[in-house]
Design a protein around this ligand. Structure first.
Ligand SMILES: NC(=O)c1ccc[n+]([C@@H]2O[C@H](COP(=O)([O-])OP(=O)(O)OC[C@H]3O[C@@H](n4cnc5c(N)ncnc54)[C@H](O)[C@@H]3O)[C@@H](O)[C@H]2O)c1
Length: 253
């Protein structure tokens, strides 16, 4: 039996959000905080803007400047959170990097870095948090995939391989961990107006995307964050192994 409340309030829950310094991760950190969770942000870069937003929402916030591919630092960080707070209920594997190059330009070093950030680090983070989630018989792991794996597009070879891999990891973990009250889901954003998308995608591509969507605008971080918050709560306890598209209707899977 879970010791968590059966409503979708996140009160009393502890959440780790990676890539929380800007973009989608910032939106997720804020939304989980507004839901009542204590949020721990993990990012390579500056998180002061996120900190101000989360604290303005009246929530508990701690920022850690950590590269999520540094397994040793990730392990120490998680152990420290468990020591201080006694629980980790929600892990949002959001941090990601892309590679706006085609097959011929992609080299193995770049391929490996993209897999390390987008696929291996989520696995390592999940490995480190699952033991404490098991103790409480409650856990929510939410991985961020990408709509780029759902329909043809050029470039982003290593990125799309990793984002497809995270869907496989999500399904496999969901099957093994469900008996312990831990759900594992992915969300698959379409084009969301963040620094990553605006820097990597030509304006023409953005315009084309909006024109084929049912909803005629780019997505926002909070569009993604609301779905993540639902998956993070008790009401989503029977949803696991799924990949939920948040894309204004650009695809139907
Ligand atoms: N923006 C989109 O249109 C879109 C679409 C589909 C999927 N996504 C996915 O959503 C997630 C967030 O994307 P975004 O658009 O907000 O990106 P972003 O580049 O705006 O923000 C990513 C954040 O992750 C952090 N980060 C990167 N590498 C890290 C590392 N090794 N360790 C710790 N932090 C690291 C960055 O510092 C940054 O703050 C990514 O996984 C991305 O692939 C984005």
């Amino acid at each position: 039996m879970t010791d968590r409340p059966q409503t979708n309030s996140l009160d009393g829950l502890v959440a780790i959000v990676t890539g929380s310094g800007r973009g989608i991760g910032q939106g997720i950190a804020l939304r989980l905080a507004q839901g009542g969770a204590a949020v721990i942000g993990v990012d390579l870069g500056d998180q002061s803007e996120t900190g101000k937003l989360v604290e303005a929402a009246g929530a508990s916030w701690v920022a850690h400047e950590v590269d999520i591919t540094d397994e040793e630092r990730v392990t120490v960080l998680v152990a420290d959170i468990v020591d201080r707070l006694g629980r980790i209920d929600i892990l949002v594997n959001n941090a990601g990097i892309d590679d706006a190059v085609g097959f011929d330009e992609l080299d193995l070093a770049r391929w490996r870095r993209i897999q390390a950030v987008n696929l291996e680090a989520p696995f390592v983070l999940a490995k480190t948090v699952v033991p404490i989630m098991r103790q409480h018989q409650y856990g929510r792991i939410i991985n961020i995939s990408s709509g780029s794996v759902l329909s043809p597009m050029t470039r982003f070879i290593a990125y799309r391989a990793a984002k497809m891999g995270i869907i496989g990891l999500t399904r496999a973990m969901a099957t093994e961990l469900g008996a312990d009250g831990i759900t594992v889901n992915a969300v698959s954003p379409g084009v969301i107006a963040t620094p990553m998308a605006i820097d990597s995608l030509p304006q023409e591509f953005l315009d084309d995307q909006v024109s084929i969507q049912g909803v005629k605008r780019l997505g926002t971080p909070s569009d993604v964050a609301h779905t993540v918050a639902f998956l993070a709560g008790a009401e989503a306890s029977f949803v696991t192994g799924q990949t939920i598209s948040i894309n204004g209707g650009s695809t139907f899977v």
